[in-house]
Design a protein around this ligand. Structure first.
Ligand SMILES: NC(=O)c1ccc[n+]([C@@H]2O[C@H](COP(=O)([O-])OP(=O)(O)OC[C@H]3O[C@@H](n4cnc5c(N)ncnc54)[C@H](O)[C@@H]3O)[C@@H](O)[C@H]2O)c1
Length: 311
């Protein structure tokens, strides 16, 4: 496979590169390092890193014409500043359009897009069916949803994966690293009164291996265990792993722009691909915490320098 990965220096992009480079794939990663880190992609054989924005049509065209990808994994996304609508639109809509047009010209055989569960807005029911109406209300959600709509009507062999919270190497945001750091330092914590779903990176990988096959079904799919857990469940799991007894922890109501419960229903994905998440909540959290024990709560440690062939 010749895989062009947008957002290759990000959490999911870099984990996928660490998975597919040792398997002998050729990879070109485009990243502007808005939220990704250069250091996670050291120079290794089979990997080319292009620094730049997918909002540049010329840069995207040049990369496709030179690299001639057979597969695209579209992982780049802008979300850093919720007030910067123009940047979100430039990356998540215009950038997606550039990647789609270049993929059409290059005859890409498989296009995998990643979508946020925020596309469903405030769901009327959980777990959220893949047929639930779309009602994004944040700049990130709105622009990602527009990008996904362009892809789905482009005529490309697109699969768009609407993702739960993926846990794995370099996860540095959200409740798990926060509780780990604070509880280890003996600091006080609070939990927002919300419910989320968590999926282990290895389960995400096993689905990616299936969906990269051009023969696999295309369309839109939820990727999740289908099980919701409160942030307090996460807190309890981290405290138990660390063997600390933090006592009472305040539970605060969700913020006005927060969604109380996001749990994706993976039933259709399980049926279409014969795939099912194999790791339960506690295993997933504990594997994440073991990673922090080994490497610290960092977003820069790279496994690539130790696993890549021909370095
Ligand atoms: N990680 C999750 O649990 C999760 C959940 C739902 C959806 N997603 C989606 O998966 C994708 C990857 O998410 P992530 O968690 O790895 O985020 P991330 O921020 O770690 O990765 C995104 C990458 O895109 C890069 N980028 C941003 N704007 C760019 C531009 N204009 N041109 C080129 N590169 C650009 C960033 O520098 C970063 O490296 C995103 O599309 C996101 O919406 C992720």
């Amino acid at each position: 496979m010749r895989i062009l990965i947008t957002g290759g220096a990000g959490c999911l992009g870099s984990n996928l590169i660490e998975r597919y480079i040792p398997q002998g794939c050729q990879i070109l990663a485009i990243d502007n390092f808005a939220t990704g880190k250069k250091e996670v992609l050291p120079p290794v054989s089979g990997l080319e890193v292009v620094e730049g924005s997918i909002a540049s049509a010329d840069l995207v065209r040049e990369c496709f014409e030179r690299f001639k990808p057979t597969h695209v994994i579209h992982s780049a996304a802008a979300y850093k500043d919720p007030a910067d609508w123009a940047e979100d639109a430039a990356t998540n809509i215009t950038g997606t359009i550039h990647i789609a047009k270049a993929s059409l010209s290059s005859g890409v055989r498989r296009f995998v897009n990643f979508q946020t569960a925020l596309c469903y807005g405030r769901p009327s029911k959980v777990p959220i069916s893949v047929l639930h109406p779309l009602a994004p209300f944040t700049s990130y959600g709105i622009s990602k949803t527009a990008g996904e709509r362009y892809l789905l009507q482009s005529g490309l062999p697109v699969i768009s994966l609407r993702l739960a919270n993926i846990c794995g190497p370099r996860l540095a945001i959200g409740p798990i690293p926060t509780f780990y750091k604070r509880l280890k330092a003996g600091q006080k914590c609070f939990c927002s009164d919300t419910v989320r779903d968590f999926l282990d990176m290895e389960d995400f990988f096993s689905l990616m291996d299936i969906v990269l096959n051009p023969e696999a079904p295309a369309g839109v799919f939820n990727v999740s265990t289908g099980e919701g857990h409160t942030i307090k469940d996460v807190f309890d799991a981290v405290a138990s792993y660390l063997g600390v007894n933090p006592g009472e922890v305040p539970i605060i109501p969700p913020g006005v722009d927060d969604v109380p419960a996001v749990v994706l229903d993976p039933a259709e994905t399980e049926r279409a691909f014969g795939w099912k998440a194999s790791r339960n909540f506690i295993e997933t959290i504990n594997r994440q915490l073991q990673w922090y024990d080994q490497y610290g709560v960092t977003d820069i440690f790279s496994h690539l320098s130790t696993v890549a062939p021909g370095k």
